[in-house]
Each structure stands twice: as C-alpha cells, then as structure tokens.
Ligand binder design. Sequence first.
Ligand SMILES: [Zn+2]
Length: 269
Amino acid sequence: MTRFDDGIVAVRYAARTESKRGEHFYRFDADCCCDALPIDYFVWIVATPGRLILLDAGFTAETAHARGSREFFGTIAESIRGLGRSPDEVTDVVLSHLHYDHTGQLPDFPESRIWVQQREWDFWHGPMTSRKMYSHIYEPRDIEYLDQRFASGDVRLIEGDTEIAPGVTARLLGGHTPGLQVLECSLGDRAVVLASDASHYYDNYELDEPYAIVDHVPSVLNAFDRIRELVADEGTFVPGHDPLVRERFVHRVNDDENLVLVTAQAVVA
Ligand SMILES: [Zn+2]
C-alpha cells in the first residue's frame, strides 16, 4: 500500500440512492421533478508535507441507521488507514458547517485542532436549533461533543478567511448555512476549491440553482461567484455530494473505489 502524503482525496463514505432530483434544488418539487438523482456523502483529506487535514467529519453508522435509507461504506478512520496513514496523524479537522452529515466522526480524531467559523458556531448554539426547520439537520450529541473539545481548548473559532496551513485556506462563504466555509488548496500552481455544501452538485453551481436547503439565497449565489473567481486561473472545484465527482476525477488511491484522487483539472463534462 502506498503512503499518501501529498495531495487531496475525496472520500466517499456513504450514499443514498433512493433520491430524486427535485429534492436537491431550491423550490423544486420532488413529486414533479422525480428523475433519480443519488446523493454521495464525502469528506476530503488534504495531505501536505507537515500536516494531515480533514475537511468535515461525516456522519456515523448509527446516524445512517437512525435516519434510514443511507448506505454506509466505512468510517473515515478506516479510509485514512486505506491511504497508508493513521487517524492519529490527523492534525486538523476543518468543519465546513455543522449539519449532521459533517460532524459525526469527530471523536475518532481526538488529537486534532478543529476549525469552525464563529458565525456557524453561534447559530448552532442559538435559539433556532429547537425550531422544526432546523432541528432535524443537526445532531445534538455532535454539538455536545464539540462543546467538550472546546472546553479542552481544541476548537479554533475563526472569523472570515483564515490560513489553516501553507497553501490551505479556509474561506467563509455562507449561503447554505450562516458560517459555511470552503477550503481553497494549492495543487502545484493551480487552485482546488473543496466546496463542500457551497454547491452540493455540479448542477447547483453550473446552472446557478441553489440547493434545497438555504440560509440566504443571495449569499448562495455570491458563493458561486466567489468559487468562480477562485478557480478562474485553470483551477477546479469539487462539489460536496455529487456522484459525478467519481466520473470527473478518474484516479483512485490504492485501488479503492471510494478514495477519489482530486487532481488540479477535472475531466470536462
Ligand atoms: Zn452535506
């Protein structure tokens, strides 16, 4: 097994295949817009010479079971071992936002620093979390675990764009949630934007049609523009949940179909 120590991998840890196109676009109707559109669940690993950075922490097998209809392929820790690395080597976990599918496996990385935008932190510690609109899209026990890590001094609350490591910068975009951040990474002289849920699918960004879950529509559209600026010089972006990622990035690490090597240029559709 090759030890992966420089580059970016999209890890597909779960999927939900029984899903319709209308579920994934703002103000679309799943009953009318009912073509199948499966959703993949990813996290991303950025290996640099001195750091092993994880963008997002997925959900757990228990959460997959409790929420139903989600196929769970394995833990992030297992995927990291599949890269020839140990989960204990993860130095940083950047949380794009605090929805349930991005926070669940944090306990597997007890040695890491955790990076969250202050605005995101405040929202999920605020009064809206008990409202029906929001209560189903986060896991209270994940927030409780984050609170423990905060008390231990492991959480870095940041405000706006912040360098995480040389060549790896968190950028606050908002839109999907109040404090959504993406990760801009340098790959050679090109920029790769790991967009997470700033754009769930290529189609959200390419058709200028926001995802179904939105905090603020103009901020989603501004986030698309910001990504366009960041990748303008022959860079590329990686959406958060699109099965097409596995077609536009054709290489795999250690022959694992769920370890997608992210290169500076995707295959153009
Ligand atoms: Zn998500």
